[in-house]
Design a binder for this molecule. Sequence first.
Ligand code: ZN
Length: 187
Amino acid sequence: MKKKTVKLSLVTLILIAMFITLVPTSSAYTFTGYRWNKISGIRYIADLKYSGAPNSTYKEAFETAVANWNSAQNKIRFNLSDLNDSSPFSVGTENYPDNNRFGSCVCVGTPMDGYFTSISARINIGNSNVSNKYYTRLSSATHELGHALGLGEENQRVAVMNQTRNREVIYNPQSDDIDGVNSRYPY
Ligand SMILES: [Zn+2]
């Protein structure tokens, strides 16, 4: 009788341990609190303009990041175009001589719902790794665009939103990032 009780409590302990280790892996992504005013069942089109340094290399990083995000999920479609001159949502460059700074994204939204009202996503071309390395540049642009989808920093999993990722290796949206977008816009 006593032995059976010990066995049962061991099983319980193992189950508890499994539960504790499994739960954090299921949702590692985080949110900024801002989002697009998406309508249920319709892919939202987010018009972006480029307002960075007039260097096609930097613009191309965002064009590639836009294409990769657009093919990775079907909730929000970025439309980066010169026709969007009056858009308050911009991507571009900043210039700080700091190799630990890869970019920034300043997002503003409505106080009640957190719908984006303005976005400034920037890659830091003062960082020589961003200006010189194709994949680091792309990874930085993809990360800042992740903020423009409503994703926050994620420092536990393999993710383009992970600030400590190897930018030469992780430059496309990863499954954790895509899970985050689908969870942000479940409708
Ligand atoms: Zn970030």
